[in-house]
Design a protein around this ligand. Structure first.
Ligand code: NA7
Length: 553
């Protein structure tokens, strides 16, 4: 099929679709739009494709979902041909894969790199968006797709004196492109989420001394990462049709794994322990799917949490350090569980120290030290593994104004409001890929990306066939969806944790449980039913089929 492409170089003035972001979502969106014969321009602030994998180049960065599953499924040739080298690919390999996809599907000619979308404004007369970019250009598009990623807005912590530090400061989410060598240096890592937990063992091998500043101890399961054999790759390839079907249609989290048929308290102690041992030995995120009630029932959850705490005590030789590393502040899994390689064992090294900043908070950073609990920890380099303004942060950085000049930031001031995580009432023709209110970060995100992109592409095709110019989530459907998302979340243990799922890691951010917890398979069914009913809950308007667009209230 001939592929419509805009002229390379300077953007022309008008497109069918502007896509923001050239990560896994933006790339696949572009591919689908071309298939529909639509013109599209993708703006990407980085100098290359890959999104979060472009920015997160910190030591030890790798996927926490098996690469044979954390990969595109839309092209069978692609999934049959690409060779993942390890069970969990390291960041450079995932970035190589993203670049391979960009080349293989000839995507780059419609992607403008090093360019941020600063502003997007909906014109109610023409039903088109005016988009202003960081290079001073203004273009228009009928549709805007925000493929901005859930974990792409790295957050600098508000720590007094950070700007006075004389050594090097790195943020895991904004790691330099050139190799960073910590050999012989005294290094501080602040933050013990996934990024801290992955980087600590690697930095510990280089640094003369590593001091880890921990505010909240986290649950982490061994990855059991290893090279993938050709037999293992072939096993996946032969079963890909079933594996992908299961991940998309049946699973709760977009991962091919068995669905538990019992609760933790249905087993006797020794049976339960044997099951946890088996998962601990096989490694990875599926530890949480040993039983079907770990996210629902505190007593059930406690059995898994206790098991992991005992494992930590077995691994870490110094009892005081082990105790500090044992998480006690939240039920297991209610903050994203981490997957590590030798994290806890790293604290047995003589050159690694753990500092508890929950009881002795960091007071300030001086020219050469981190000061906590009245003590100066002198360091040559600071690694901030302090996370992201997740899910809404990258959207909020764009000045988006919809109907009646209302900005999305004003509308979301008390927390994000969407219908299906795909659209927000008052912002016609603006789609979000893996937005708040969709399974997104509670899933294998590539599965969720493909589902959203396919839904949006089918929707645009439908609109064109119906002669519709604009589409908008109705306020009523949105209100009901927001209530549903909340109701499901509050029936679980998740809201008990101060997690980034709740926006709790960003001072002042409203505490709303942002992702949809109802599961990938059930969520897909809802979206498909909405489409099958003529996009129920959305208002459409157009030449041939006028429906009241402002029917939203
Ligand atoms: P996370 O999971 O948000 O972890 C950030 C860590 O940094 C966490 O331990 C925080 O402690 C800590 N933090 C944040 N701000 C501060 C300040 N000001 N002082 C001290 N400590 C702080 O981010 P990651 O990058 O590790 O992982 C994000 C996701 O990426 C991950 O879940 C995977 O899905 C991939 P807190 O827990 O808030 O007490």
């Amino acid at each position: 099929m001939p592929v419509p492409q805009s002229a390379p170089g300077k953007a022309s003035a008008s497109y069918d679709v502007v896509v923001v972001g050239a990560g896994f979502a933006g790339m696949y969106m572009l591919h689908r739009l071309r298939g529909l014969g639509m013109t599209a321009r993708v703006y990407e602030q980085g100098s290359g494709v890959g999104g979060t994998w472009y920015w997160n180049r910190y030591p030890g960065a790798r996927c926490d979902i098996e690469s044979m599953q954390y990969s595109y499924s839309f092209s069978d040739e692609l999934q049959q041909e690409w060779d993942w080298s390890e069970r969990y690919a390291p960041q450079p390999e995932i970035l190589k894969y993203a670049n391979h996809v960009a080349d293989r599907f000839n995507l780059r000619s419609d992607i403008q790199f090093d360019t941020r979308v600063e502003r997007a404004q909906f014109d109610e007369e023409s039903h088109r968006w005016k988009i202003v970019t960081s290079d001073g250009d203004t273009v228009t598009a009928q549709y805007v797709v925000l493929a901005t990623g859930c974990l792409s807005n790295a957050r600098m912590p508000e720590i007094k004196g950070l700007d006075r530090f004389k050594g090097k400061v790195y943020h895991t989410g904004h790691w330099p492109h050139e190799a960073v060598d910590f050999t012989g240096q005294r290094v501080a890592v602040i933050g013990t989420g996934s990024s801290g937990i992955q980087s600590v063992p690697v930095i510990a091998e280089q640094a003369s001394h590593l001091t880890v500043f921990q505010r909240t101890a986290n649950f982490s399961i061994p990855a059991r990462n290893a090279a993938l054999s050709e037999e293992e790759r072939q096993w996946f390839r032969a079963k890909y049709a079933d594996i992908r079907y299961f991940a998309r249609e049946v699973s709760r989290n977009g991962i091919y794994t068995e669905i538990p048929d019992r609760g933790a308290l249905d087993d006797r102690d020794n049976e339960r322990r044997a099951r946890y041992e088996a998962r601990w030995s096989s490694g990875g995120l599926t530890f949480m799917s040993v039983y079907n009630d770990l996210a629902l029932d505190k007593a059930a959850n406690d059995t898994a949490a206790t098991f992991v705490r005992e494992k930590i005590a077995e691994i870490v030789k110094d009892p005081a350090t082990a105790k500090l590393l044992q998480p006690n502040s939240h039920p297991i899994g209610t903050k994203r569980i981490c997957v590590d390689t030798d994290y806890f064992a790293a604290f047995n090294r003589p050159n690694v120290t753990l500092v508890d900043i929950k009881s002795n908070p960091i007071e300030e950073i001086t020219a050469q030290a981190v000061r906590a609990g009245g003590k100066d920890y002198e360091v040559d380099a600071l690694v901030l593994a302090t996370g992201f303004d997740a899910m809404t942060g990258s959207v909020a950085k764009i000045d988006i104004s919809g109907r009646d000049g209302l900005t999305l930031n004003q509308k979301w001031a008390e927390g994000p409001k969407t219908y299906l995580g795909l659209m927000s009432a008052g912002f016609p023709n603006l789609f979000i890929v893996t937005g708040p209110g969709s399974p997104s970060v509670l899933s294998n995100v590539i599965v969720s990306i493909e589902q959203h992109v396919d839904w949006i592409a089918d929707c645009l095709s439908h609109m064109r066939a119906q002669g519709c110019e604009a589409m908008e989530a109705s306020k009523d459907a949105e209100d009901k969806w927001v209530a549903h998302v909340n109701e499901l979340a509050y029936a679980t243990l998740y809201p008990q944790a101060n997690s980034w799922y709740m926006g709790a890691n960003v001072p002042g951010k409203p505490r709303i449980f942002m992702p949809y917890i109802g599961g990938v398979g059930p969520y897909r069914k809802i979206c498909d039913e909405v489409a099958a009913k003529g996009y129920e809950g959305f208002a459409m308007t157009g030449a041939e089929q006028p429906r009241k667009l402002a029917a939203s209230s």
